[in-house]
Design a protein around this ligand. Structure first.
Ligand code: PAF
Length: 281
């Protein structure tokens, strides 16, 4: 497994692989691998001649006062796990390499990046879209893998790829959950024992929405009210939002008529957690 830190070197390898007509798969990550990352890597491994995993904690997607500095990092463990899966290249540039002095250009995806998570975290998706565009230019992947847990992120990235005619296929794979339903996330390490015990109520509330919709409830406000009631029983949880949206546009829906995405964000102690499910009717 090669560890590459320079964009030029990464591009040279990518050009060589593309010249031979081989497929490059990219799993972009911020490191501190969990089961969700490993599942993306395993699936990407099957489809890629060259499997590249990027590890870069991207400062521009963190707002002031967010956890950029304390974001969990363990490169040595990540390298061991990636090696076990058979990753070919770890691309882990320094911040200065990705954002050199004088860096000015950003990718802004408009409304789809400013609602929901974008409203709670202004500038977040501008940072995500910018770094993902830069990673695509460095790694030149045919396929790029993302998890459904960050559903809005996957919508933002698909829109960027469509609008900017990027020649890469975006593959979104299901959320990996712990046995009790909690979505795997690097930020779960922030949870204390007590907080970890109650955190699965977030997924339970999403499953409650699914049950209500399957039973015929169509009023989004009623569904959200029931979810809030369930979550608010846990006093340690500070709910930020629940939204029922069209999975393509992320616009909020009042009456459920077709497939919807139900998403939420909540703070539990130091951890800010997000989760979502897509529900077919
Ligand atoms: O999902 C993440 O880990 C990050 O947002 C990503 C896509 C690697 C961009 O920094």
């Amino acid at each position: 497994m090669k560890i590459i830190k320079k964009i030029k070197e990464m591009q040279k390898i990518a050009d060589g692989v593309r010249m031979k007509g081989k497929i490059i798969g990219l799993v972009p990550t911020m490191g501190y691998f969990h089961k969700g990352h490993l599942s993306l890597m395993r699936q990407a491994r099957r489809k890629s001649d060259l499997l590249v995993v990027s590890i870069f904690v991207n400062p521009t997607q963190f707002g002031p006062g967010e956890d950029f500095k304390s974001y969990p990092r363990d490169l040595r463990r990540d390298l061991r796990l990636a090696r076990e899966i058979g990753v070919d290249v770890i691309f882990s540039p320094a911040v200065k390499e990705m954002y050199p002095k004088g860096f000015l250009t950003h990718v802004d995806v408009g409304e789809v990046g400013s609602i929901l998570e974008g409203a709670s975290r202004p500038g977040h998706f501008r940072g995500v879209a910018t770094i993902v565009a830069k990673l695509f230019n460095a790694v030149k992947p045919h396929l790029a893998y993302f998890g459904q847990k960050d559903f809005q992120q996957s919508v933002v990235i698909k829109k960027m790829v469509e609008d900017l005619d990027m020649d890469v296929e975006i593959v979104v794979l299901p959320t990996i959950r712990e046995k009790d339903g909690l979505a795997t996330s690097s930020r779960n390490v922030y949870l204390t024992k007590k907080e970890r015990k109650i955190a699965p109520v977030l997924y339970k509330s999403l499953k409650l929405a699914e049950k209500l919709i399957k039973e015929g409830e169509r009023d989004s406000r009623e569904i959200i009210r029931s979810m809030e009631e369930l979550i608010e029983k846990e006093k340690l949880i500070k709910l930020e939002y629940i939204a029922i949206t069209d999975p393509g546009t992320l616009k909020e829906i009042r009456r459920v008529k077709r497939e919807v995405n139900v998403s939420l964000a909540a703070k539990i102690g130091r951890a800010r957690l997000i989760d979502n499910i897509t529900i077919k009717i």
